[in-house]
Design a protein around this ligand. Structure first.
Ligand code: 3DU
Length: 215
């Protein structure tokens, strides 16, 4: 995926017309659009192919199954035009490796999620998951924008792997802080797609990150 604005739009809307309008407004601003189950179930998987004509699409299916099922999901996502997939790390090395082997593009492994509940079961194993992501040759990891100190720590572990951080805006995280902590991309959903002018809000966030990177 390109790394230009450092912004990935999480397009969690469930109507096709609205999805395509917002995608059009952020065209040329966001480096990629992330699709998750709400849009896949609301609009249908053909939206991956449709969006991918104009922008790189990251399929956030949080794939978390046995290796064979993971492989099948990953193959279908790339067949439809995805540039990357997001997979869970907790099912183990064989499950994540199956995704890396099947991928025709990028694989991001969730290390630690951004919501408060992740602190109990997820955070204690996040660093081990990050080490596994490096070992299996993943493209990058997902780390929490809501906890920049964790992004910083996970960066130490993954070295040059890409880090994408959701949790900016509606969940309370800051784009500039994430970048400062070592993120390559921030993932933003509601703060952009619920804005009156999604394109302008996307541009504002991209500018905030540019400023951080050049300061
Ligand atoms: O909170 P937002 O509306 O900006 O959306 C964040 C998106 O990122 C959403 O699709 C969510 O499912 C995803 N995500 C997280 O929020 C946190 C994670 O740890 C992983 C993915």
């Amino acid at each position: 995926m390109k790394l230009d604005s450092h912004l990935i739009l999480a397009l969690d809307v469930v109507e096709e017309k609205r999805a395509l309008r917002i995608a059009g407004e952020v065209k040329g601003i966001a480096d990629a659009i992330k699709v998750n189950w709400p849009i896949i179930l609301g609009v249908g998987p053909a939206i991956i192919t449709k969006l991918s004509k104009d922008v790189e699409v990251l399929c956030d299916f949080k794939i978390a199954d046995i290796p064979n099922t993971n492989r099948l999901i990953v193959e279908e996502a790339f067949k439809r035009g995805a540039s990357g997939v997001i997979v869970h790390g907790f099912p183990g090395e064989d499950s994540v490796r199956a995704c890396v082997d099947a991928a025709k593009g990028e694989v991001f492994v969730v290390t630690e999620m951004s919501h408060p509940g992740a602190e109990r079961f997820n955070a204690p194993i996040a660093e081990e998951i990050a080490r596994m992501a490096v070992k299996v040759g993943a493209t990058g990891i997902i780390a929490p924008a809501t906890r920049p100190e964790r992004v910083r720590r996970l960066r130490e572990i993954v070295g040059g792997l890409r880090i994408a951080t959701p949790g900016v805006g509606a969940q309370g995280g800051s784009a500039a802080e994430s970048i400062k902590a070592g993120a390559d991309y921030v993932i933003v959903g509601r703060a952009i797609y619920e804005a009156k002018e999604p394109g302008k809000e996307a541009e504002r966030i991209a500018k905030e990150m540019r400023k951080e990177l050049t300061s």
